[in-house]
Ligand binder design. Structure first.
Ligand SMILES: C[S@@+](CC[C@H](N)C(=O)[O-])C[C@H]1O[C@@H](n2cnc3c(N)ncnc32)[C@H](O)[C@@H]1O
Length: 312
């Protein structure tokens, strides 16, 4: 299946209920708990002594989890390989190496999907493969501009040379913005220089957060604090490296502090958090909010969802 044909679920209430059902019956963890619990009940009702039924249920749960975990990993890698072909067909011989410092192909696949809604102002934190991919999509759609923040002057030269070689320079404004100590909402942190970041205009439709590369807590958190007012209603933010503890904390802090954003999880190789900006804050009762918080806590990064975003 190509990335372009990837399904996108409607976000109505019924779709959210369906998501929840999938989450309970689709992810390895809840499935294993249900499977193990079922075996325990059947064994117990069948006259097995309680200790033996618990042991059999637990063993079934663990085995089921191991099998489902491996299947999910394989599915994720298969999707990643499919997306490698999509990126390679877009960038041809100009495709830089993927993985490690650069994005995995499936994160590129998500960017490609977002580019199908023809965003006009795209911003990214951290240049590289993403810069080439977004520029290639802008060229294909014939309009729009990418503003790319890069803290490393040497790497900015590398990205410029790659853009030049691929004939994509005219679609990108590469902004060299060294990391400087700043204060955001009372919190001190190191982020792209504010004078350089102020060159990014308003009306942002898509924001890709894949830098700074710093692995310290909150390193990427300023992105939304800085650009929130410049994001259009309906805009999307994609955060890479979402399986890392700090990025998980950043994503849930964003969702808690900015109630007009809806948070989704994508089961990609490195993990992706997606936020979409609404017109106003989410209208949600206390019971729904508590249920959501419980589900998020029990199963923060559901897997086995293919390309579907899971509402968090
Ligand atoms: C996570 S990387 C950004 C990757 C970028 N979005 C991409 O798709 O390739 C964050 C930063 O790491 C730096 N970087 C990228 N590749 C690197 C490499 N191979 N070695 C050292 N630093 C690198 C760049 O300064 C980049 O802005």
């Amino acid at each position: 299946m190509s990335v372009a044909a990837a399904p996108r679920p409607p976000r109505a209430t019924s779709a959210r209920a369906r998501d929840l059902g999938r989450e309970i019956f689709g992810s390895p963890l809840p499935r294993s708990v249900i499977g193990g619990g079922g075996v325990f009940i059947v064994g117990f009702v069948d006259g097995m002594n309680k200790g033996a039924a618990v042991a059999l249920g637990a063993a079934t749960g663990v085995l089921l989890y191991a099998v489902l975990y491996v299947m999910v990993q394989m599915g994720r890698q298969a999707r990643n390989t499919e997306d490698t072909h999509v990126l390679a067909s877009l960038l041809g011989p100009h495709t830089p190496p993927l993985g490690t410092w650069a994005i995995e192909a499936d994160f590129g696949g998500l960017i490609y999907q977002e580019m199908q809604s023809r965003p006009q102002v795209v911003v990214e934190c951290g240049s590289g493969v993403t810069t080439l991919l977004i520029a290639a999509c802008l060229r294909a759609q014939g309009s729009g501009r990418l503003y790319s923040l890069e803290h490393d002057a040497h790497f900015a030269v590398v990205t410029r040379e790659r853009l030049e070689a691929a004939g994509l320079s005219e679609w990108v404004e590469l902004i060299v913005a060294p990391l400087t100590e700043q204060c955001f909402d009372g919190r001190r942190g190191t982020w792209y220089d504010e004078i350089e970041a102020s060159k990014v205009p308003g009306g942002i439709d898509l924001l890709i957060v894949d830098g700074p590369p710093d692995v310290r807590a909150w390193a990427r958190w300023p992105a939304l604090e800085v650009f929130h007012d410049r994001l259009n209603p309906g805009a999307t933010l994609l955060l890479d490296d979402g399986r890392r503890r700090h990025e998980r904390r950043v994503a849930s802090r964003w969702a808690a502090d900015h109630r007009e954003y809806q948070l989704f999880w994508h089961d990609t190789v490195k993990g992706t958090w997606k936020l979409t900006k609404r017109e106003g804050p989410r209208a949600e009762g206390a019971a729904t909010a508590a249920a959501r918080a419980l589900v998020r806590t029990l199963n923060p990064m559901p897997s086995a969802f293919g390309r579907w975003p899971v509402s968090r």
